[in-house]
Each structure stands twice: as C-alpha cells, then as structure tokens.
Design a protein. Sequence first.
Length: 175
Amino acid sequence: VQIVDRIFEPYIDQNTVENAILRVAKEINKDYDGKSIVFLGILNGAFMFCADLMKNIQVEADISFVKLSSYQGTKSGGTVHELIGLMQSLKNKHVVIVEDIVDTGLTLDKIFSMIDGDQPASVEVATLLFKPSAYKGSHVPKYIGIEIPDEFVVGYGMDYQGIGRNIPAIYKLKN
Ligand code: IMP
C-alpha cells in the first residue's frame, strides 16, 4: 500500500495481533487479580490497542490518556513534547501505561517523569510492539505483544505522517 510518499508491505497479520493482545490481557488479569488498574493510554498511537486490550481485561479497570509526540516522519525527533497532560491523580493507583510501540524508549521515560510525583502504588508498561535493538531507555516494558527488529511500521493505530492508523493489520516500510 502507498501511504503519502512511501510504499508499505504486509508484515504482521490481524490474527497474530489479536493473539498477542489476548496473551497480554491474560498476563495482566493474572498479575492484577483482586486489584484495580488505571490504564494510561498514550495518544494517538495506542488508542486501538487500548480498546482491544481493555475488552479482554476482567479485573476492575479505569482508563486515562495523555498525548505526547516525538516522531517526525519515520524518525524519532529526540525530544518528547507533552500535548495533553494528565487529567487525573494517580496517587496510590496501580498504573499500566499502554503504548502502541516502544522504540527508543524516550516517550516512556518522559511519561515516568510525568507521573512519578503523583506517587502511584505501582507502574508497569504494556506495549503492543517493542523494538529491542532501538531501545535506549530505562523502563523496559513488562507486557510485550510482539518484538520486532528496527523497522518502521504502520497500521493498528500507528501512522506515517498521520495516515494509516485505521489499517487493521501491521505493515512495514518497504526498503
Ligand atoms: P519512542 O519514544 O522512540 O520509544 O517512540 C515512541 C512513539 O513513537 C510511539 O508511541 C509511536 O507513536 C512512535 N513510533 C515509534 N516507532 C514507530 C513506527 O515504527 N511507526 C509508527 N510510529 C512509531
């Protein structure tokens, strides 16, 4: 498929994505049994993963969103900008940050620095995709859907220049 000026090819099919989400949900249900979670979704990319993950969560769960941005085109810009901040106190809450993809980890580090002062009871990270070879942050996600090499991907909430989020499977940039 062509998105703006680039060609993308099929990479991870819908079924594989769904199975990864079910597995992550199962792990969270087990680990938080008897507790109450606040999911913290990172907009825009994580909206679809948040929705599908939450449908499979059986423990008590609330959700809140923050909006951050670091990407320009297909490369991380290095600085993370806060576009919509936290609207809810996380004090004494069990927080699970929900990301579409963890790449350099800069976004995650920024989120941790935003919420640490709130004194949550615990903070973990769930991400649909993780690029271990690109990662240079200090908070490795506990719940990982699928690990991928350092490829630029779109679909399932993820975009190239704002386009492609609606694709239900994952495509990668064709070299
Ligand atoms: P990080 O701060 O480098 O870990 O990047 C995190 C954010 O950058 C993700 O939440 C995505 O919004 C975006 N991002 C990273 N890699 C990709 C990609 O391959 N495709 C689309 N967006 C990406």
